[in-house]
Design a protein around this ligand. Sequence first.
Ligand code: 6R9
Length: 645
Amino acid sequence: SNLQLRHVEGVVTVAAPPHAKGVTLGEPLSSDDALDPHHLRLVVPSHQFSQNALIPSPDKYLEMYKRSIEDPAGFWSDIASQFFWKQPWNAYSVFSENLDVRNGPVHIQWFKGGSTNISYNCLDRIVESGYGDKIALFWEANDPGVGATSLTYNQLLSRVCQLANYLKHIGVKKGDAVVVYLPMLMELPITMLACARIGAVHSVVFAGFSAESLAQRIVDCKPKVVITCNAVKRGSKTIHLKDIVDGALLQSAQNGDVVPKYPTHCEVEWVDAEDPLFLLYTSGSTGKPKGVLHTTGGYMVYTATTFKYAFDYKPTDIYWCTADCGWITGHSYVTYGPLLNGASVIIYEGAPNYPDSGRCWDIVDKYKYVTRYSRESLRILGSVGEPINPSAWRWFYNVVGDSRCPISDTWWQTETGGFMITPLPGAWPQKPGSATFPFFGVQPVIVDEKGVELEGECSGYLCVKNSWPGAFRTLYGDHERYETTYFKPFPGYYFTGDGCSRDKDGYHWLTGRVDDVINVSGHRIGTAEVESALVSHPKCAEAAVVGVEHEVKGQAIYAFVTLVEGVPYSEELRKSLVLTVREQIGAFAAPDRIHWAPGLPKTRSGKIMRRILRKIASRQLNELGDTSTLADPSIVDQLIALADS
Ligand code: 6R9
């Protein structure tokens, strides 16, 4: 029963693909199953799994998908009415959009005229429907056996109200920005929900960012307050966050435990569906991080729905997403998506390998109270952030999931708000390494370099046609950059920055970024950001950063640097260059390799030829291509000679 999906002029049609061999959930994949992508075995959901799934078959998926594309207003309105709205949205124009820069400014609105509050929908609505005593958050501390705690929905609501009252007391108002620089404590989602409750716009900055990166974000969004904590334990280290914030702010933030004095009730600020909910900075291909802006109504509906279907959510599930709230995954799938569904969520403070690499499975078993590392409780596995290669997929499936659990390999972005291309675990047979098919309402297209849509089996640039409720609305303070980056490269479409191919069965395979963004262990890092950190070093004249394949991290950062005239290269200088990047961006952006360069390969117009640098960095020296257009072709040989020195 596996069917193929095709778009023909906006209409979805279905065709049966050629016969493919499959294993059924419950059977392991053998080691050669995943090696040749053209002979991958399908992993078919078992009858029992599908029977109990929210979307039990390809036909059910297609029926819903078809409606979501042909009647988006009706499809999303039906879902949105399951939430609480103080005022209904305009039923005659559920959404309005212009994604085509040629027709005027890019503009997306969903549920306009409606007023709601996402914090109310995450908390009060769940409490009022009788689930106040259900656990909302389990918190697992860095050190095993120390300080684990939990909050019910009732308790979480009280904590959120106290903080919301405190924020109001110190003058935070609707529309004000609040920067949140916290590690994975329960206070992090509490702060997000408290801001949302009073209509303030949170901007969470990942606690691994340095003082300079934090300062850059503070300067851009001009928050009324910055919320942090004294210190966090991560692995065997204690990180003093407050010192970092003090380094970022001129005067020190207010100290002391003041919040518990505040009342546990706080009236909700009703906001327009299109009022901003949060800003989240993400890397692009220039040095300046982009403030991705998400609004309230559409984001709420979209994250709740994607969570529910991609993880086939059951009210008895205990759900754990290992992402940090400093990234979009922690916004959409630690905080909002699960709480909107009334789920019980685990939050883990520490590192996945502390005190040893069994920690994750320890946590999994602990919250299902079964014997050590049995992982019997696992039902569904998820993956996000980078392409998961077939052999990693096989390990995840065979070892972690005991060949029992489907894997939701969810492709999406900070900008998209929620999952865009994702398996629905009970519906489709899976192919290891493929994110499979689009979520409801999403129309992915693959275009060639001229922007022409490709049909059938193809590969090219991944774009999206039409808006979806979770789409970001602008880049904060820079709508022009929003249009230039995302809508001008292929007019008429949203351009994702990713390459993608579609196979003969219609499955999507993400192939990585096609722009100057590197993905290191799922952290998006702009090459330009690392370059500007390097050149701020007094001894560095010029830097060119490229990504190279890395077995574990996906990609690693490889930096070519030229030094100020007369400065010799040394091990000490290498260390100090790496330290500069750690200080300016954060430890996760530290280059793996510094390649000293007497000069960089440039075109006659002065453009650095990164294509050549990528080949040198990955030692694909036979594939350098034409170097004759360089201003100084001899540079290439010099760089090769210095490569392993
Ligand atoms: C959610 C998130 C977005 C970029 C995206 C793509 C890569 C994310 C992926 C994936 C292949 C997946 N990416 N999920 N590539 N398969 N399942 O990671 O957001 O930090 O903004 O990064 O991550 O390259 O463009 P963000």
